[in-house]
Design a protein around this ligand. Sequence first.
Ligand SMILES: [Zn+2]
Length: 70
Amino acid sequence: MSDHADNADKRIYGAIAAGLAAARRAPMLQPDCRCHFCEEAVAPGILFCNSDCRDDFQRLMNSRVRAGTF
Ligand SMILES: [Zn+2]
């Protein structure tokens, strides 16, 4: 029983480590006066035009990390 739990832990920690490595490889977002998701003009220093775009962008990045395409 404990062997199964240990193996599950190893898989989970492996997935977390892979996710962290992918996140570290991802370039930091730089504000460029455009929403990073829909490219609408935004104020200087702002990354997204609204929280929906920020959330959608985050979801997109997360799915890319999970798919290993990022
Ligand atoms: Zn936007």
